[in-house]
Design a protein around this ligand. Structure first.
Ligand code: HDE
Length: 720
């Protein structure tokens, strides 16, 4: 039987064979000299000191000593994959970008997903924004869409980014906490920065706890421009929509996954691709004609605002499929260098002040991170078309330019390389009219900080609102200064009174003091007391008050492809029931994983054997999407094993996962608290299957329930 473990082991063997790229070759030094012995250093006698003459030892050790490069100052923890993007609908009316002209055009891509705050080795499951960067290797050069899984940002001006990141990162005196926003400095800054409130609502929502990189949306965040062949500009916002839907895990679960498998998202992405379950995302655009720039209640240049999909629908124009894991993590995922300024003709920026600042920062950071100006020569960063210019030299130059050139204009190289001009596809910036005073100011049109925070909160389902409340109670519960908690709840009052009151109650605050501004010397210099008050919408506002697209609830019926199901078995199991179950799950693309109390083979009632994949010690229910209890008749099953198994099932129940019990498994159902809890608390009309628990059932019903992802109703009913 082809169990997932066996498959993985086979892959490991096969890969290690493939990776001997120097098959049959002798080991050499970096100068190509054959190495006599790579295990022992050169010594003055077998028990003597190591000699300076040992150039082989010195070369090997020096290289090792220099193996690490600085990690990214933000988004340090990430995972990448190769794939391709294929155009579905032509955008020729709006842009000249070559890869967006002919439906069917396909270009290679490399994607890197990341968390923001944690270090390179931190957990994947932090409550955090996720980066979603895509490099399109087009025939006109590289185009990078460097986005996030949340469509807005914390700040409106790049000037504030270092402050934001310093407040989020571990505190500067003790270096605590790692990969967490739940601490004083972060909330101190936020409490003084009302422009963050919209983003904060997203960060406290389930969007910050994705189930998988394959199951989250992506957003370009800023408003960009498409430019067509007549030079006409259309504003554009980019969206990635995952084919598997957007799904999240529970916060308690996220924290436990961090302990059980802190590589959870990295492993999930890697395994899905190895299994041929290629992650797929549709690319969508929201298009706004230039003349409609001022039609909205907010400023299109303000990165703390989104355009509700109900106002401007997302048009799907293409599909990205990730089909190949990197061959080498460092060479590709670590060395890839994205930049929002890597544009191709037909796509341009707007004056969004956050985007403008990013245009400086990304090259600057690569210079230190990748050690000089030649990082475009690292294979993963190279365009698929040749580069020709007069740039020369610098650290780690690999290209060998021929001839005496290196300047322009010239005759020595017959004028080469030529300037393309617009007629030959040279990048031309949009000829935006500029007539302004040089000022250090924020536009008054950026001053509404609460309407969209409210819109987001009001658009959430009840269970999502419950999760937001719980997130505030966790995060602010870790804040040790009462004034900071008070200022945050004061800001929350302006988003939703009931939410603010519940937060205050949970934190044991007798009342929420109305914040008075200006507060003190730390009041931001550019802030107007009016920033801290909700604005009334324009009288002719058409803006929506409720946007279903902002909730993840409508996305909860999806294919179960690649979903992991823990299949609990013990000796004396029913082979036919196991075969039928596995067949039914695998037909739908699910991944059953056999779990028992010990490793090795277990026997069915007729003495047939099956190998288990994991035990209760090596695994945990938090690593699965659902649990199916196949059971057995094992007279030697110890009390300890039964307890472990019941804990496994009850934890899955707590995290609102579908749970099924076969005929033989029902004994365990009886021993767990699940049945009693449902009967006692869910009311006379609740059925087990409404709550995602399938007893003695036809497995098909259970498998169908997997498509719903979670039965969050259990929380609303107070069952968990
Ligand atoms: Fe970034 N950001 N960022 N950022 N960002 C970086 O660049 C920066 C912002 C985003 O997978 C850094 O190469 C500034 C918004 C992603 O390699 C750095 C500002 C969005 C990644 C940097 C922002 C992003 C980065 C660190 C405010 C969503 C990971 C290493 C003006 C649209 C890229 C690096 C990868 C990485 C600066 C704000 C997304 C320091 C100054 C808004 C996905 O250059």
């Amino acid at each position: 039987m082809d169990t997932p473990n066996k498959k993985e082991n086979e892959k490991t063997r096969q890969l290690s064979e493939e990776s001997t790229y120097s098959k049959g070759e002798f080991m050499t030094s970096n100068q190509g000299v054959r190495i006599v012995d790579d295990q022992n250093s050169l010594k003055a006698g077998p028990r003597g000191g190591t000699l300076m003459d040992d150039f082989h030892f010195r070369e090997k050790m020096t290289h090792f000593d220099h193996e690490r490069i600085p990690e990214r100052v933000v988004h340090a923890r990430g995972s990448g994959a190769h794939g391709h993007f294929e155009l579905i609908e032509s955008m020729a009316e709006f842009t000249t970008a070559s890869f967006l002209q002919e439906p069917g055009t396909s270009v290679p891509v490399f994607v890197r997903f990341s968390t923001v705050g944690g270090s390179k080795g931190s957990t994947d499951l932090a409550r955090d924004v996720r980066g979603f960067s895509t490099k399109f290797y087009t025939q006109e050069g590289n185009y990078d869409l460097v986005g996030n899984n949340i469509p807005v940002f914390f700040i409106q001006d790049a000037m504030k980014f270092p402050d934001l990141v310093h407040s989020l990162k571990p505190e500067s005196d003790n270096g605590i906490p790692q990969a967490s926003s739940a601490h004083d400095t972060f909330w101190d800054l936020i409490s003084l920065m009302p422009e963050s409130m919209h983003m904060i609502m997203w960060l406290m929502s389930d969007r910050a706890l994705p189930r998988s990189y394959r199951m989250m949306e992506g957003f370009g965040v800023h408003t960009f421009r498409f430019i067509n062949k007549d030079g006409k500009s259309t504003f554009v916002k980019f969206h990635w929509k995952p084919v598997l839907g957007a799904h999240s895990v529970a916060w308690d679960e996220a924290q436990k996954i961090s302990g059980k498998d802190s590589d959870f998202h990295r492993r999930d992405l890697w395994n899905a691709i190895e299994d041929g379950n290629y992650p797929e995302f549709h690319l969508g655009v929201q298009l706004v004609p230039e003349e409609d720039e001022h039609k909205f209640d907010f400023d299109l240049l303000d990165p703390t605002k989104l355009i509700p999909e109900e106002e401007v629908p997302v048009k799907i124009i293409g599909k990205m499929t990730l089909t190949e894991n990197p061959k080498n993590f460092f060479a590709e995922t670590e060395q890839v260098a994205f930049h929002p300024g890597h544009l191709v003709p037909g796509i341009d920026f707007t004056n969004d002040p956050l985007l403008q600042g990013r245009l400086f920062s990304y090259t600057d950071t690569q210079l230190i991170r990748l050690g000089g100006p030649n990082f475009h020569e690292i294979p993963i960063n190279q365009p698929v078309i040749p580069i020709h210019n007069n740039q020369r030299d610098g650290f780690s130059r690999r290209q060998i330019p021929m001839g005496k050139g290196g300047y322009h204009p010239n005759t020595m190289a017959a004028g080469c390389p030529f300037q393309a001009g617009q007629q030959n596809g040279g990048f031309t910036h949009y000829a935006e009219r500029i007539d302004a005073h040089k000022v250090r100011e924020r536009s008054p049109s950026f001053r509404d900080h609460f309407s969209q925070a409210k819109l987001f909160y009001n658009s959430q389902s009840e269970y999502e609102k419950g999760h937001i409340l719980a997130a505030f109670l966790f995060e602010l519960g870790k804040v040790t200064y009462l004034e900071i908690r008070e200022r945050i709840t004061g800001l929350l009052l302006k988003v939703d009174k009931e939410l603010a009151e519940k937060v205050a109650e949970g934190l044991g605050m007798p009342h929420i003091p109305e914040p008075e501004y200006p507060l003190n010397h730390s009041f931001p210099a550019d802030a107007d007391p009016a920033d801290y008050q909700p604005k009334s919408p324009k009288s002719n506002s058409k803006s929506v008050k409720f946007s279903p697209a902002l909730s993840m609830k409508p996305m909860d019926q999806n294919p179960i492809t690649s979903r992991k199901i823990a299949l609990l078995v013990s000796n004396g199991f029913d082979q036919t029931a196991l075969d039928n179950f596995k067949k039914a799950v695998m037909e739908k693309g699910g991944k059953p994983v056999l779990i028992s109390s010990r490793q090795g083979d277990i026997s069915d009632t007729n003495g047939g054997k099956v190998r288990v994949n994991e035990t209760f010690k090596t695994s945990s229910s938090v690593l699965f999407d659902a649990v199916y209890v196949l059971g057995g008749e094992d007279s030697e099953y110890t009390q300890a094993a039964i307890s472990e198994e019941i804990e496994f099932i009850e934890e899955a129940f707590k995290h609102c996962k579908p749970i099924g019990f076969s005929k033989k498994g029902t004994e365990l159902f009886a021993s767990s608290r699940i049945g009693v809890t449902i009967k006692e608390n869910a009311g006379p009309h609740a059925t087990f299957s409404d709550l995602g628990v399938f007893t003695d059932s036809n497995p098909l019903e259970f498998i169908k329930a997997l498509g719903k992802h979670r039965f969050w109703e259990r929380e609303a009913m107070g069952l968990v």
